[in-house]
Ligand binder design. Structure first.
Ligand SMILES: NC(=O)c1ccc[n+]([C@@H]2O[C@H](COP(=O)([O-])OP(=O)(O)OC[C@H]3O[C@@H](n4cnc5c(N)ncnc54)[C@H](O)[C@@H]3O)[C@@H](O)[C@H]2O)c1
Length: 270
């Protein structure tokens, strides 16, 4: 993601200087899944601009390297990144271990990776169903399993799981994605009490329709524009940095007593 690229939405990512600064995030160690492009790249960028130490994984190697280099060129600490397919849980957990060795136990985990490929009820085979869950559901649980011992050593932590308002608005065309995304609230609620004993907070951030380059290229047509204007309460298009800003807040000590909740950033769609 280019920090200042104007896409056809008319909205630009803010300059680092205009972002709210959260002093508690400086030097914090942060791990982001799927951080190479889209909303994940905005999250990586936003934490880097806070002076946090950031690590991320993604399958998109070229986009990941470009992002890391752009941030380094802008004078920020270069994020640590590795190519990793989250369908391979052993590889995901190994990457988290390696990254923690490089930049320290993680204070913050952002479970962002997903794939919203379209499919019909009739077309789904058991193998395809399992593959959707392997990207959209399983990685968050096992990433949490990997970072929690480090958070316990640190005495606190913040986990942010990216959910979705799509299934809540009865969005059609991706039932397996909807199933996986609806499980995010259960993950958050189901672990909050256990993790809270160690001051590890866990929350869901549910985006509405966010104008990543992928969304614009694949689905923002005239009908999409009309749907957006009909459903949102606010007229502007959501951008990746709108989601990143909520994630920053929840990761920071300003959200010290927020856990087990879902925070929607959807311009009032659902
Ligand atoms: N964009 C939206 O409108 C929207 C709406 C609701 C929820 N969300 C949620 O926000 C989060 C980010 O969404 P996005 O639109 O930026 O997603 P995206 O589809 O653009 O992809 C996220 C990142 O994950 C990476 N990725 C995909 N499959 C992978 C795999 N198997 N292993 C490792 N990396 C992989 C991609 O390369 C990409 O960098 C997701 O959890 C998504 O469900 C997005």
């Amino acid at each position: 993601m280019s920090n200042n690229t104007t896409i056809s939405t008319g909205r630009t990512a803010p300059e680092a200087a205009s972002l709210s600064l959260f002093p508690s995030l400086k030097n914090r160690s942060v791990f982001v899944t799927g951080g190479g492009s889209g909303i994940g790249a905005a999250i990586v960028t936003a934490f880097t601009q806070q002076g946090a130490r950031v690590a991320f994984i993604d399958v998109a190697s070229q986009a990941s390297e470009t992002l890391a280099q752009q941030l380094a060129d802008a004078g920020h600490a270069r994020p640590w990144w590795r190519s990793c397919d989250v369908r391979d849980l052993a590889a995901l957990q190994a990457a988290i271990t390696e990254a923690a060795g490089a930049i320290g136990d993680f204070s913050v985990l952002v479970n962002n990776v997903a794939s919203d490929d379209r499919h019909s009820l009739e077309s789904v085979t058991p193998a395809y169903y399992d593959e959707r869950m392997a990207i959209n559901e399983r990685p968050a649980f096992f990433a949490i399993q990997s970072v929690v011992p480090g958070m316990r050593r640190l005495g606190a932590g913040a986990i942010i799981n990216l959910g979705s308002t799509g299934w809540q608005g009865k969005g059609a065309g991706y039932p397996c994605y909807a199933i996986a995304k609806s499980s995010v609230n259960g993950l958050t609620r189901g672990l909050a009490r256990t993790l809270g004993q160690d001051r590890i907070r866990i929350n869901t951030v549910s985006p509405g329709w966010v104008m990543t380059e992928r969304q614009i290229q694949l689905w923002l047509d005239a009908a999409g524009e009309q749907e957006l204007q009909r459903n949102q309460c606010l007229p502007d298009k959501l951008m990746p940095h709108d989601i990143a800003r909520m994630v920053l807040f929840l990761a920071s000590d300003d959200a010290a007593m927020c856990t087990a909740q879902e925070f929607k950033v959807d311009a009032g769609w659902v």
